[in-house]
Design a protein around this ligand. Sequence first.
Ligand code: ZN
Length: 230
Amino acid sequence: MIKIQHEHLDKFAKEHYESLKGKLTGFPEDCKYSLEEVLVAKPEKLDEIAKWAKDKTVDYEFMIKKYENFTTKKKEYDAYDLAKKLNVNVCPYCNINSTYTVIKKNNKKITRPEFDHFYDKSTHPILALSFYNLIPSCHSCNSTLKGSEEFSNETHINPYSESLDKVARFELKIEDSTFYHSINGFDVKLKTEDERAKNSIKSFELDILYQNHKDIVLELIKHLAKLKRC
Ligand SMILES: [Zn+2]
């Protein structure tokens, strides 16, 4: 899992709000938070809003429809434009699958990553269009692995705020003496003491997924062995 890094994220969040506010005129007036606060809320603030709106889901269900409209191709600002701005070319959850956005010069929108709702939109419709709740990700992580699993800032790592490599590291477990020329001779496992990192690794099956990339680890082992000989 990697952090989504872009120096203009806050600017993009503000533009996201400016582009969508005209379409969200039905936003309830009795909401504790303004529409702008909800749409640009940072990862820590999302938690606060989610808790406040937990028993008011009916009032915000219309936001899911608005999100669905946002994901359909159109001339004006939509999910393709957001993905293009973010320029995230590898899924932040698995750090394996590519998530390129292609928009042709004539504004023909071809492909983009899916957007995972870090806080599931059915449980937290108020956050269906919140900028920092929209994680550009691959189909496998978004739909197959995570689905509607309950995530929060307290249970999992939000790629907008943190990176897994700050709290977890790869550990090489040598199985037998063939480890320096065979992928069957070792195992790779992510090690962490951080509970949220443990949950993220489990939800996205990262340990299983990275077993398919042991060939890269083997290359590294060979490279290091060569350096040692020099
Ligand atoms: Zn992924």
